[in-house]
Design a protein around this ligand. Structure first.
Ligand code: RIB
Ligand code: CA
Length: 336
C-alpha cells in the first residue's frame, strides 16, 4: 500500500535527492511539494523543485510557493553549500512556470483536511511553512498521519554553528512553534531526523558509480565526480549537483562525499525500521547569544513536560544508502 506524502523543501542539493528518492520509491504516493526559503531564496527553490520533478518525469506533481522568509528574522541562505542557484554545478533548464496557483501553506492545509489521518508531511527545510500552516489550521498535526522533521542536532556538533543545525538555525521561532504544538498532544509524535543520524549516511563517489551502472549510465571520473560523455539529463544533473556538494564536504568535513540528510528523512518517514527513536520533549533556543536555533532534548525529563517528539538516536545508514543507490539507479534507467 502506498503512503501519501507531501514534501516541504528548500531545494538545495539533498532536497533534490529527496524529491528523486520519493519519485523512485514505489511505496510513496508523492502528493506535492511545498517550497520554503532556506538554502536559496524562495523563487530558486520553486524553480529547482519543478526542474528536478520534470527531470524525474513527474511534472504532474504540484509545486507550491510557501514562505519567502523566516517568521521573525531576515532570511539566511547558504550558497557555499548548495551553490548560487541551489543545485551546485547543475543548471537544470527552468521548466515553464508551473508553480501552483495556491500557496504552499494552502497545499499543506487543503491536503491534510481532504485526507484526514492519511498524509505524511516531511519537512526538509526551515519549519516556516509548517509553523504558518499550524497557525492557520491548529488541528494540522492531528489531521496529518505524521510530521517528519529533518532538523536539529542533540549529541553532535552543529553544521551551522557549534550547537545548531541549518534548518532550525534559519527559523528558530518556527521550530519552537512546531514543537510546542506537538506537545499539546492528540497527534502522532513527529519523527525528528537530526544530524546525529543523518550524518551517519555518507554518499561517496562509488555509490554514484553503482547508481550509474544500475541506470545504464557511465562515469568519466569519480574524483572529481563526472558523468560520461553520453550521460542522460538526469545523470548529468545528479553528478553536477553532487560534485559541488562533495567539494563542499571536502572543504568543511574533510571527505569527498556528501551527507544526504533529506532523502534519509524521506526514507525513514516511510520505513521507521531504518531508525531507533526515543520519545522526549524538544524545545528550541530563540534568544541565546551563542545558541539561538539549538534544539534541546529533555532526555532525562527534568522539565516534566509531555513528550512532543520521537527523536531518531540510531540508524541503519547502510541499508538506507543501498536503497538510495538502487532506487535512483532504477529511476536513471527509466529516464532519457
Ligand atoms: O542541515 C541539513 C539541512 O539543511 C538539509 O535539509 C539541507 O538541505 C539544508 O536545508
Ligand atoms: Ca533541505
Amino acid at each position: 500500500m502506498s503512503v501519501p506524502v507531501l514534501l516541504d523543501v528548500d531545494t538545495g542539493i539533498d532536497d533534490s535527492l529527496a524529491l528523486l528518492y520519493a519519485v523512485a520509491s514505489p511505496e510513496i504516493d508523492l502528493l506535492g511539494a511545498s517550497c520554503v526559503a532556506g538554502n536559496v531564496p524562495l523563487d530558486a527553490v520553486v524553480s529547482n523543485t519543478a526542474a528536478v520533478l520534470d527531470l524525474a518525469g513527474r511534472c504532474d506533481v504540484e509545486t507550491a510557493p510557501g514562505c519567502d522568509r523566516p517568521m521573525a528574522r531576515p532570511l539566511k541562505t547558504t550558497p557555499e553549500t548548495h551553490g548560487p542557484t541551489g543545485t551546485g554545478h547543475a543548471m537544470p533548464a527552468a521548466s515553464p512556470d508551473r508553480s501552483s496557483e495556491r500557496s504552499g501553506i494552502d497545499l499543506v492545509i487543503d491536503t491534510a483536511r481532504s485526507r484526514p489521518g492519511e498524509v505524511t508531511l516531511v519537512a526538509l527545510g526551515p519549519l516556516t511553512n509548517v509553523a504558518v500552516a499550524l497557525d492557520r489550521e491548529p488541528r494540522l498535526l492531528t489531521l496529518l498521519d505524521r510530521l517528519v522533521i529533518m532538523g536539529g542536532c542533540f549529541g553532535v556538533a552543529g553544521n551551522t554553528a557549534p550547537r545548531t543545525e541549518w534548518n532550525t538555525h534559519v527559523d528558530p521561532e518556527a521550530a519552537r512553534a512546531v514543537f510546542a504544538a506537538a506537545g499539546r498532544g492528540a497527534c502522532n509524535l513527529p519523527l525528528v531526523m537530526p544530524l546525529d543520524v543523518t550524518e551517519q549516511a555518507r554518499l561517496l563517489p562509488h555509490h554514484v558509480a553503482r547508481m550509474a551502472e544500475i541506470g545504464g549510465e557511465s562515469m568519466e571520473f569519480l574524483d572529481p565526480l563526472l558523468a560520461g560523455p553520453e550521460a542522460g539529463r538526469l545523470m548529468s544533473f545528479i553528478t553536477d549537483a553532487l560534485r559541488f556538494y562533495m567539494e563542499f564536504h571536502q572543504r568543511y568535513d574533510g571527505f569527498y562525499g556528501a551527507f544526504v540528510h533529506d532523502p534519509f528523512a524521506v526514507a525513514a518517514a516511510v520505513d521507521p525500521s531504518l531508525v531507533t527513536t526515543v520519545e522526549t520533549t524538544v524545545d528550541v533556543e530563540t534568544a541565546g547569544e551563542l545558541t539561538t536555533g539549538e534544539t534541546v532534548a529533555d532526555f532525562r525529563d527534568s522539565w516534566g513536560r509531555p513528550p512532543n517528539a520521537a527523536v531518531a538516536v540510531a540508524a541503519r545508514a547502510d541499508v538506507f544508502l543501498e536503497r538510495l543507490v538502487v532506487r535512483l539507479g532504477g529511476l536513471l534507467r527509466s529516464r532519457p
